[in-house]
Write a protein that binds this ligand. Structure first.
Ligand SMILES: O=C(O)CCC(=O)C(=O)O
Length: 273
C-alpha cells in the first residue's frame, strides 16, 4: 500500500499495569477511528520507566495480558500494531525491553529486543542503568507487512546510525522507534536524532513517546513525532496524552531516493575494514 495513515498513541503510563493495558486498548481504538492502519505505542507503555520495576511487570509471550491485548486490538481494529515495548521474560528468566508487532489478523509477525541498553550518567541530568535488570537483544528487526517493510528499534537504539542504515539496506521504508527520552536529552537531541535518521536513510520515522506524567520518577519528554524521508516533521505532539496521526506516502520516499540517490552512491569499500 503506497499511502496510509499512521497513528501514535502518546499515552501516560502509571504504576498500574492493568490500567496501562486498558488505556492502550482505548487509544489503539481511537487511532483506528482516526483512520490509522498502523498504530504505534511508546516504550515501556505498561510499566513506569524504572529499572527496578521491569522484572515485576515482565511477562512472557506464552501468557501475557499485555501481549494478549495487543493481538486482540490488532484483529478487532484491523490494524497493524507495533506494541511500543514492554518488559518481556524469557524461559531462562532474562528480562528484555521488547517490542511486539501484530498484523491485522492479530498474528505476531515481529519482535525486537532493545539492542543498546541505556546505561548513562549525565552529570546534573539523567542517570539510568537498564542493564541492572535488563538483558540486551542481539538482532536487528525488519518486518514485512501488508503496508510495507518496517524496521523496529527502541529508544537509545536511535543513537546508533549503523543500525538504522542496516535496516534501510535490508529494505525498511519506515523505521519505528518506541522511545522514552527524558527532560535532559529530549530537548537537546530528540528531534535532531529522528530527523537525522530520516534524512540519512530516506525513510519515514515514527517516534512514539509516553506522555509526561508529572508524578513519575522518570519525566518523559513526550513529543511523539512522524518524519518523512525529506526530514520534514509531519506531525508532533507536545507532552500531553494524545493520539497523533500522519500520512505515509511511499511515492514521496521514491521521489526523494530518485532525486538524491545517496543510498546508491554509498561506497562501502571505503568505509568497511
Ligand atoms: O538516548 C537518550 O537520550 C534516551 C534513551 C532512553 O531514554 C532509553 O533508551 O530508554
Amino acid at each position: 500500500m503506497s499511502v496510509f495513515t499512521v497513528g501514535i498513541c502518546q499515552m501516560g503510563v502509571i504504576p498500574d499495569k492493568l490500567a496501562n493495558i486498558e488505556k492502550a486498548r482505548t487509544m489503539i481504538g481511537d487511532a483506528a477511528i482516526k483512520g490509522s492502519r498502523l498504530v504505534v505505542l511508546p516504550e515501556m507503555f505498561n510499566c513506569p520507566y524504572q529499572s527496578e520495576l521491569f522484572p515485576d511487570y515482565a511477562e512472557s509471550v506464552a501468557d501475557g495480558p499485555t501481549i494478549t491485548m495487543l493481538a486482540e486490538c490488532a484483529a478487532q481494529n484491523k490494524v497493524i500494531v507495533v506494541g511500543g515495548s514492554i518488559p518481556e521474560k524469557d524461559e531462562a528468566g532474562n528480562v528484555f525491553n521488547t517490542s511486539f508487532v501484530f498484523n491485522e489478523n492479530g498474528d505476531l509477525i515481529g519482535r525486537h529486543r532493545k539492542v543498546h541498553l541505556f546505561d548513562v550518567a549525565i552529570k546534573g541530568g539523567t542517570v539510568f542503568q537498564e542493564s541492572k535488570t535488563l538483558a540486551a537483544g542481539s538482532s536487528m528487526t525488519v518486518v514485512n507487512t501488508s503496508l510495507g517493510t518496517m524496521g523496529v528499534a527502541i529508544c537509545y537504539d536511535v543513537r546508533f546510525p549503523e543500525l538504522a542504515r542496516a535496516m534501510a539496506l535490508k529494505g525498511a521504508q519506515v523505521i519505528i522507534y518506541p522511545a522514552a527520552f527524558g527532560p535532559v536529552t529530549g530537548p537537546a537531541h530528540w528531534e535532531l536524532l529522528m530527523r537525522a535518521r530520516a534524512v540519512d536513510n530516506q525513510v519515514y520515522i515514527i517516534a512514539a513517546a509516553p506522555a509526561l506524567n508529572a508524578a513519575a520518577e522518570y519525566k518523559a519528554y513526550g513529543h511523539s513525532m512522524i518524519v518523512d524521508p525529506w526530514a520534514r516533521v509531519l506531525a508532533v505532539a507536545s507532552e500531553e496524552e494524545t493520539v497523533i496521526t500522519g500520512k505515509v506516502d511511499f511515492r514521496t520516499l521514491e521521489k526523494v531516493r530518485d532525486e538524491l540517490p545517496i543510498l546508491k552512491h554509498r561506497k562501502p569499500e571505503v568505509y568497511e575494514d
